[in-house]
Each structure stands twice: as C-alpha cells, then as structure tokens.
Unconditional design. Structure first.
Lengths: 474, 487
C-alpha cells in the first residue's frame, strides 16, 4: 500500500520588541540571569498584565505579510499548567479568537511552486528558561513573558522537503518584515511538528504525533523523515499509530515517546479577566498595510522589472535580507545595477565567505560600492583594479576615488602612451599582424595582451583595441 | 487633645490643618487603642510601630513645609492582601508567611503620595475566601460589638479595627460582599466602588473580574475622601477606566434633602429566612429616605436568585488560576519534593487552608474539559442577565435600597461546619460584583442583642456620587454611626 504523510507546523516566533509582552521589562538576549524581571513577569501577588501594543502590531503585520485576515475582535485566555518555567502557572495566550486567521505561504520546493495554508496566528507569552544542573534546576526568568507568536499551519505538507521549504520561507518573511530576527541559536524560532500518515486516497487524517520544540530546520527534516518511516512501519506490521507527543534525539536520529493522549494536559482554558479584548479598526489595519515592507518575492520581481537584472541575480541577492538591503542602498547611488549585482555576487560574496562576516559588518559601504561601479563604467578603472579596490574598501574602508589615486589604479587612457605601446606591439608581432591582415580579427588579442602587460593592466581595453585597429587599418 | 483615634478622617484633617494636633499624636492614640483592645479584638496581624511613627513624623514635617490634603498624616489599617512595599502581605495564609511586598499597589502608592500613614496589616479570611474572617490561618478576629460574634468577612480585620477605634479608617477589598458585609456587621461604612474605578494593581487577586479595593470608614464622607484619593485610570491595570474622578467629598454638603431622587426597592431582596429585625431596620431606613424627600419605586431584579450559584462558579474558576502562582518556587512557603510536581503538592497542601482548597478544587472542576460549557459558560451567560436586570432597574431609579445581609453578625463557629450556609449569606451582596456596579453599606440600626445592621445603597456603574449623597444624607440625619461599642 502507498502512504501519504500529512505534516503541520506550529511555529513559535519571538518578536522583535523592546520590552516584554505584558510588562515593561527589557527584552534582551544574554543579560545576567533574572535581571530583566519585575512583579508581573515573576508572577508576584497582585501584579497584572498589560499588553504590549508593539507586539500586537508585529503579530498583525506578520499576519498581513502572510495573507491572513486580521480579526477585529480578538481576546486573551489563560492556559493552565503547573511548571516552573511559567511563573503564574498559567500562560496568557489566545484560544478561540486569535489575532490572525487563515493565510498562506507560497514557496518553491525542489523547483515546484507550492502553496501552504495557515490556520491562524495567535499572540502569547514566552516561558522562562530552565537549566538542569547537577546541583538542581535553575530558572532564568529574563525570557519569561517575552512576546511570542504562534503560527499554525494546516496539515498541508507532505514531506520533510515541504516542511523545510516552509520554514525557510517563513523565516525569510519574518526577517524581511522586521517581525523577528529569527536567530535560531537564540531560540527565536521553534516549531512543534505534527506528523501523521494515511493510505493514499484516504481523506481522514491518521493519528497525529507531535514532535515538540524543535529549532534546527535540519533536525526537523530528520525527525520528520524518521517519523514517517516509523509510522508506516507500525501500520505495515499491523499496528496502530498512537496519538502522542514525542521528542527528537538528534544524536540517535530517532524520535521517542514522551506523553500519550491519556496523560495529556487539560489546560482548562478560560478568558483572561485581567485583560480587555483587543479591538482592531479597519483604519488601523489599513495603516499597518501601508507600512508593510517589501517581501523577498516582491523584491525579486522589482529587481527584474525595474533594475533589469536577470532572475538568477534577483534570486541570489534577495536570499538574505541584509545583503539585499545593501544592494538596494547601493542602487540608490548609481544606475549601474548589473555591475553592482556582479560585484555583490562575485567579489563581495567571496570576501564575505573568506572573512566570515556579513557585508553590513564590513568596512564597505553601499555608497562606496556604487562609486566603484561608476568608476568602472566611466572607464576610470578596469575590472581587476575594481576587485582589488573592493577588497581594500571591504577590509579597510575609505573613499574609492582617493584609494584609486593613492594606489595608482586608474586606467591609462592617454593616447600618446597607448600609441607608443601599440606601435611596439605591431613592430614586435609580425605573425599576429599578418594573421589580422589575412582576415583573422581574433589575432588582435595577442597584440592587446602585449599592451596590457606593458601598462601593468591599467590600459583601458576598449581604448587599446581602438588604437590597435587605427594603426593596423591605417 | 485626647482620644484622637475615635475621630473621623475629616475631623482629624481639620484639626491637623488648624494645628490642633499632629499626625504623631494621632498615631500614638491609635497605637494606645490597639494596645488596650486588640488583645480582645484580634484585628491586626502585624504592626510596625516604628515605621508608623516615622511616616507620621514625615507627614507632620511635610505639613509644616506647606503640604496639604485630607489624608496627610492619617493612619490607615490595610487589609493583608494589598501590597505595601516593605511590609508583609500574607493574605492571612501560611503559604505567604515571610513574604515581604517588593512594591506598592497603585492605590497604596496614591495614598502614600497623599501622605497617609500605613499603620499595619489587618486580618481577613484566607485569600479573601470567606464571610467571617474565620478562615484566616493566623487568628480569629472578634466583633467589637460582641466578641462572641464574627466581625464578618472577608475584610473582617478592617471593619473590626475601625469599629474598635483601632484605626481611623481601613482599606478592604470586595469580591462578593467582603467590604459591605463586615462593615454592616461592625456598624461601619463600607464602599465597594464600580469595577474599574480603582486600580487592582497590587491587590492580590481572588477573582479578577469581581475584585475591587474600597474603604471601610466611620462616615460616608471619609469613604468619599478615600475613594477620591484612590480612583482613576492606571496604566498598570487594563481594566481600570479612564474617567475624570469627581470631587466626591466636596459634593457631600449639609443639604440633606433627597428631593428629586428616585430610590428603587427590589422585592427579591427581602429573601426567605431574612431576620425580621434586619427587614424592619431597612424598612425604616426607606421611610427615613422618603422623609428626606426621596421617591420610592418598586423594582425587580429577577435573576438575583441565581447570583450565588453564578458567583461561586466564576469566582472559584478565576481563583483556581489566580492562586496557581503560590507554588513555593519564587517566594513564600516551600515544602521540598523530589520533583517540581511533588514540591507543588506538598507546598500547597501545607500552605492553603480548607476553605481555599475547597474553592480551588471547585474552580478547577468547573473549568475542566467536558464541564466548562455546563458551568463556567452558562454562569457567564446568567451573569449577563443579572447585569441586564440592573441596567433595566437603573432606568427607573437613581439608586437601589436593600439589606446587606439576611441577619446581623452570627456567633464565631456557628457556620464554619456548613460552608454552603455561609455561601448563601452572600445572596444580597454578590449580584453587585457580578454586575460590576457600586454599593455602599451604611449603619441603619441595631438588633435587640445590640448588633449593628447595615443598609445597602446600590448605584449604577460610576454613579458613586449618587450613593454617597444618599448615604451621607441618611447618615447625617440619623445617629447610628455615632454609636460606639463597649469593649
């Protein structure tokens, strides 16, 4: 029998807010443990939550970027469970009336364009960080109460590749949208993965297995692959897949049972009486819409349509937001879009790899790169000098024109010098001259090579060719 | 001047203003009264004499430097669930023994700014769950009018301290009658403001959608002074309402006429089993208001009979979550266990008393999967009907007159073995919290046994000015509030 896997993701994304979701404590990574805390996020008696308007805005903007409908009336609920990572022993979340409904992500999976549908996005608060040491368990409440939104997909994915593409696309949209830094190391994006299998053709979904709290996309891929195989094997052997929560052991590459349906929590959701419902007006939604940044897919289209770049360039340049922003900034200063693109994908990219820093962290500015492109197109410097110049600007910075001057990188356009070298080339290469005259225009290249060598690469190639032709055709 | 502790806030603020006494003298008189009587009354849980005197000195200095205000230098007793920075806040529970509040509740911060002196912490039912202050884990507070009787609850310590002149005034909280009922039992004035009128930030939550902070005082005017000082929008409490705060105290004049006022009398509030002495006292109060010029109209609040059932579902549901934070991890009592779950179990088993446990279990049950719709959801629907009853009633009248309790204060121990019987006593007070409106309890007589009886005056949301005006007119033209218990 053939089987089909159905995969849904519940992805928690930590929003880029200055303060926490329900109190004024700073939201920062790496602070000394339990320093960004107050009576509210520590769950002290009498403390009350007040929602962070910026988080609501970011959640709704994420929704708008993902094509969700913004719920004009959403509300808060308490999800009750006892665990030391939740100071109040309930989490403030949204159960039946989330901020965003529906939506989709369109992305390429192995060259094929696929649409993955979303169920909802809701806003909630993060838990504290527990560390288990030999001496006991330690709790850091700095993370407790930070803004967290949960993006819930439908079970619309059918392979690990689908899930991988979904996560990558989602990550890119969150980064582009300024919603989250999506730094996986810092736990900005974690997913619960729901996997079930069913015989092909069957409509009803199979028993769902949830793999909790995964942050590495490659582990998600491994876990899904393992889980699909495991479930098919269970069915093939005449067994039944048990609805349960499983963990993923990345060392062994296996999932393992954590909790079955029988001992699942009863979270006893009920409306949060300490917070008023969130009312969002049509005018507010329109305002947020007008502020939405360009998404990668839109930017890629603009590069092709407005800047005349090949689709390949557009795709490469938009793969990372900071690179793309850098490119955009450079293109505001020059019209040499293709040249800038070439340098971004060529010399700049190789320097980024070599030095392992992002272009925005280097000394190179978009303005300087734009000037390099202009210097090349204006014939002031040649392409090898341009690469050399970019490297200097990347590592040491500086004014491109001043560097060109100081290092003597300018091309030689001086006719008298070119004329002298051209005459020498013609005099010293009788064979090439004869070939050229016999009708082989390519033989001019060896004459040109001589001139370039004499000029130490600074002669302007079109000018050299023009001079040689002038002499030969005379 | 002697016996400053027996005076009201407005009397003392006049004396202070005229330089006839100092805050230190007032505090000393109050402390002397506590020393003399609290051994009998048991109103106070903790008393920080040194701090109280220091606050009083500071208030006197501020006054000398030109600061003014009705509350400058006035000592207050604080119900033990309001956070006062640096003071204990046990909620009369073992689970919070040793906890020192790290911050001021907003209402406290406002009073501190006004120069009030925080004298000490007064007893209450554990986590405000109870109607007699008998569920306190620490002591049994006695009714100053008859020490064999309960002071009411849950703000029993607040009411008893004011009635015994062991405080000039006190703060309490009212979730289902916890200010009005002890005020009635102890012959004080108690005000439950409209939900959202005073910030709940720093009030240890029992039931978030019902809780309100309010004053327990010797006169209506004193309640008006405290309300005015505490009311207003607070950025720390989303449920506080952004409305201008009227000058409540100033509006209470010597004109005691109630001409033009329509007062509603709900038939449903003269319930079966009501004590005839209570019914008679309230009936006489109604007649008195008529004499002052008020017009009496009959109104109906047909859904009030469901209030107890609705209240004990909603309040316990919210409490089951609100009290989950008392887990032994960050503060308060901890009983270690092999894992967190065992630690929680042991800590909460040792830290909570039987009434609190009963309500947590009840609240957990009504929210459980499969029961939510039948209990919690249905209760919320009936709550709306109760609110609608009041909305309709206030189209016919400016305020509603009713008893506060079916009987005067009962004996200590009389109802502790029958929780349901005690719950039923809340029949006349809980509808007010469920509807979110305001209610005032004013002394309106005594039983033959010499126990006080209270008159309840209910007003629509944010119509405190109405009920204060009626209460003030009634009070100033009667002398029930001038009676003092013999202790």
């Amino acid at each position: 029998m053939k089987y089909e896997a159905c995969i849904g993701l519940e992805t928690h994304v930590m929003q880029k807010t200055r303060t926490k979701m329900f109190c004024g404590c700073k939201h920062e990574y790496g602070a000394a443990p339990n320093t960004n805390v107050c009576p509210v996020c520590l769950g002290y008696p009498g403390a009350l939550p007040v929602f962070n308007a910026k988080a609501i805005e970011l959640c709704c903007k994420a929704g708008l970027l993902l094509g969700c409908k913004i719920n004009p009336h959403s509300k808060w609920d308490r999800k009750n469970y006892f665990y030391p990572d939740m100071s109040k022993n309930y989490q403030i979340t949204q159960a039946d009336q989330p901020l965003c409904l529906g939506g989709q992500i369109v992305t390429e999976v192995n060259g094929e364009l696929k649409t993955f549908t979303l169920e909802r996005i809701h806003q909630e608060e993060n838990a504290a960080k527990n560390t288990h040491a030999a001496s006991g368990s330690l709790i850091d409440y700095n993370r407790a109460g930070t803004a967290l939104m949960e993006i819930v997909s439908t079970p619309c994915m059918h392979s690990a590749d689908d899930a991988f593409a979904y996560i990558q696309a989602l990550k890119l949209i969150m980064e582009y949208g300024g919603i989250s830094d999506c730094d996986l190391e810092k736990g900005h994006m974690r997913s619960d993965v729901n996997v079930s299998v069913r015989p092909v053709g069957q409509e009803k979904l199979g028993a769902k297995v949830e793999i909790k709290n995964m942050n590495s996309p490659s582990f998600i891929v491994e876990a899904i692959k393992y889980e699909i195989e495991r479930q098919i094997e269970v069915i093939e052997n005449g067994g039944k897949v048990v609805q349960e929560t499983r963990g993923y052991d990345s060392d062994r590459g296996e999932t393992f049972s954590q909790r079955t349906k029988e001992d699942a929590h009863d979270y006893r959701y009920f409306p949060e009486p300490d917070l008023l419902p969130v009312e969002i007006s049509a005018a507010q939604i329109a305002q947020w819409k007008s502020e939405l940044p360009e998404l990668p897919v839109q930017r890629r289209e603009r590069y092709v349509k407005e800047l005349g770049l090949p689709d390949y360039d557009a795709k490469v340049l938009t793969a990372e937001k900071s690179t793309s922003d850098f490119f955009d900034a450079a293109c505001k200063k020059t019209k040499q879009y293709k040249l800038v693109s070439n340098y971004m994908m060529g010399k700049v990219a190789s320097l980024v790899t070599e030095k392992s820093i992002r272009v925005v962290e280097s000394k190179l500015t978009p303005d300087a790169l734009a000037q390099v492109a202009d210097l090349v197109s204006g014939g002031t410097i040649g392409s090898s000098a341009a690469n050399e110049l970019i490297e200097i600007l990347f590592t040491a910075g500086g004014d491109p024109k001043a560097v060109v001057e100081a290092k003597g990188m300018a091309q030689v356009n001086d006719d008298s010098a070119l004329e002298k070298w051209a005459e020498e080339a013609i005099a010293g290469n009788t064979k090439a001259v004869a070939d050229y005259k016999a009708g082989n225009p390519a033989s001019i290249n060896s004459l040109m090579g001589y001139v370039m060598k004499q000029s130490k690469g600074k002669a302007n190639p079109p000018a050299v060719i023009a001079m040689l032709k002038k002499k030969l055709d005379a | 001047m002697a016996n400053l502790n027996t005076k009201t806030i407005s009397e003392l603020s006049d004396l202070l203003e005229q330089g006839k006494c100092t805050s230190v003298e007032i505090v000393n008189d109050v402390l002397a009264a506590i020393d003399a009587r609290d051994g009998k009354i048991n109103a106070y849980l903790t008393l920080d004499r040194a701090s109280a005197l220091k606050q009083a000195e500071a208030a006197d200095k501020a006054r000398a430097a030109g600061k003014k205000g009705a509350l400058l230098g006035i000592p207050l007793a604080i119900k033990d669930l309001l956070n006062v920075k640096g003071q204990p806040c046990t909620c009369s529970s073992k689970i919070l023994e040793g906890y020192i509040a790290p911050y001021d509740a907003t209402a406290i911060a406002k009073l501190r700014e006004a120069g009030a002196v925080f004298l000490g912490r007064v007893n209450m039912d554990e986590f405000a769950m109870g109607s007699s202050t008998e569920s306190s884990a620490f002591k049994k507070t006695r009714n100053p009018w008859n020490t064999d009787h309960v002071p009411g609850g849950s703000s029993g310590g607040s009411a008893a301290s004011v009635a015994a002149d062991e405080a000039v005034a006190a703060l309490g909280s009212d979730t289902g009658g916890s200010i009005r009922q002890p005020a009635a039992f102890c012959g004080c004035v108690g005000l439950k403001p409209t939900y959202g009128m005073i910030s709940r930030y720093g009030l240890t939550a029992f039931a978030s959608s019902l809780d309100q902070i309010g004053p327990i005082t010797k006169t209506v005017k004193d309640s008006a002074i405290l309300l005015e000082a505490m009311a207003g929008k607070d950025e720390m409490d989303s449920t506080s309402i952004d409305l201008p705060v009227p000058n409540f105290a100033k509006e209470l004049t010597d004109d005691h006429s109630l001409k033009g006022m329509k007062l509603g009398l709900p038939n449903e509030y003269f319930v079966d089993g009501m004590d005839t002495e209570v019914a008679t006292a309230v009936w006489n109060a109604k007649k008195h208001c008529q004499e002052l010029g008020a017009e009496i109209v009959n109104i109906s609040l047909p859904h009030s009979k469901y209030a107890i059932a609705v209240y004990y579902i909603i309040a316990t549901a919210e409490a089951s979550a609100n009290l989950a934070r008392f887990d032994g991890i960050r503060y308060g009592l901890r009983k270690d266990g092999a894992d967190p779950i065992e630690l929680y179990g042991k800590t909460r088993a040792a830290g909570f008393g039987p009434e609190v446990k009963r309500r947590i279990i009840l609240g957990t049950y009504v929210l459980s999967s499969g029961y939510y719709d039948a209990y919690y959801l249905r209760a919320q629907k009936v709550r709306t009907l109760i609110r609608n009853d009041f909305t309709a009633a206030f189209k016919q009248c400016d305020a509603i007159l009713a008893p506060v309790t079916p009987t005067p204060a009962y004996k200590i121990g009389e109802k502790t073995n029958d929780p349901l019987k005690m719950y039923l006593d809340d029949i006349l007070t809980t509808p007010v919290n469920l509807a979110g409106i305001c209610g005032l309890s004013v002394p309106c007589g005594f039983s033959k046994a010499g126990l006080p009886i209270g008159l309840q005056i209910l007003g629509d949301s944010f119509k405190e000015a109405n009920i204060l005006k009626i209460g003030h007119a009634y009070e100033q033209t009667t002398d029930w509030h001038r009676q003092k218990p013999r202790i």
